[in-house]
Design a protein around this ligand. Structure first.
Ligand SMILES: O=C(O)CCC(=O)C(=O)O
Ligand SMILES: [Fe+2]
Length: 282
């Protein structure tokens, strides 16, 4: 069975990408330093404690995917000042530049979501995140999204470390469900991050521990001409983003997509102006 490769946080982007291209997934040790992890935990622990378990949607398909023993919430830039340091993480940004800029002039945040798997949770169905935009869920489609699962606490076999099928991003048949014996788990320490392709089969692991909640922070990027999963500017008040760099504002959906005419037109405008100007905010 193929195992996931773990590279050190000091690895170059090219070294990380070499493994990524071969396996569709790679763990980057110490992606976030311990100080940042501690600051995120200070901001988020109480919110995690109080969060609902499972979805409130009543939709059985959402219930199954979400997990009935799992807590999920987004709005991380609003809930944690320190999340901006994740949003601007150089390694993460450089990797998305490499993978997504051939297909767009810019990328933005797709979703930043705490995925906290509780004791008794079953393994999530294996899926490809690019299924958000099924048109691109084929072996030949251009790369449109990149995902990270960052550990804010230890990820173990028992507490639901993410299941991954290495190499599945490159299968010639995406209807192939013969992954028996090919699943490995992304065991890692707090601060480490699992980078995985939008086309890599993966899913949350089962939590068979007695009382160990798995603290995962999912962060994904998508090309700037696709609709993200999270309604970021709705979820993130202008007050939070007004002093940030325009590029970071763009990642949170608060700036328009300045396309060139080759890839697409100018998108996500207000009065056909950039958002702050159109809204009279600057
Ligand atoms: O919780 C995990 O490890 C993965 C969850 C996931 O892949 C998802 O919800 O899309
Ligand atoms: Fe996923």
């Amino acid at each position: 069975m193929k195992q996931l490769v773990t590279v050190d946080g000091t690895a170059t982007v090219n070294e990380i990408l070499e493994v990524f291209h071969r396996d569709g997934a790679v763990i980057v040790r110490d992606l976030l330093d311990s100080d940042l992890v501690a600051r995120l935990r200070t901001d988020l622990d109480e919110i995690i404690d109080k969060a609902n378990i499972g979805t409130r949607s009543g939709d059985p398909i959402v219930e199954k995917f979400w997990g009935t023993r799992t807590k999920r919430f987004g709005r991380l830039a609003w809930r944690s000042k320190s999340f901006i340091d994740v949003l601007t993480n150089t390694t993460m940004a450089q990797i998305s530049d490499h993978l997504l800029l051939p297909n767009a002039v810019d990328w933005w945040l797709n979703s930043a979501q705490m995925m906290v798997i509780g004791p008794g949770e079953q393994a999530q169905v294996l899926h490809r995140d690019v299924n958000n935009w099924p048109f691109f869920e084929t072996p030949q489609a251009p790369e449109v999204t990149v995902s990270w699962m960052i550990a804010l606490g230890p990820f173990t076999r028992e507490n639901g470390a993410t299941n991954v099928v290495p190499g599945s991003h490159a299968w010639s048949d995406f209807n192939d469900r013969s992954f028996e014996g090919k699943i490995v788990q992304a065991e890692m320490q707090a601060g480490s991050g699992l980078l995985y392709a939008g086309r890599a089969l993966h899913g949350g692991g089962s939590n068979v521990s007695a009382n160990d909640w798995r603290l995962g922070m999912h962060v994904s990027h998508v090309v700037g001409w696709l609709t993200p999963e999270e309604a970021l500017p709705v979820a993130t008040p202008w007050e939070i983003v007004k002093d940030l760099d325009p590029q970071v504002q763009r990642r949170l959906g608060w700036r328009c997509y300045e396309a060139d005419s080759v890839v697409s037109g100018r998108l996500w405008t207000v009065d056909y102006e950039d958002i702050p100007l159109g809204m009279g905010l600057n």
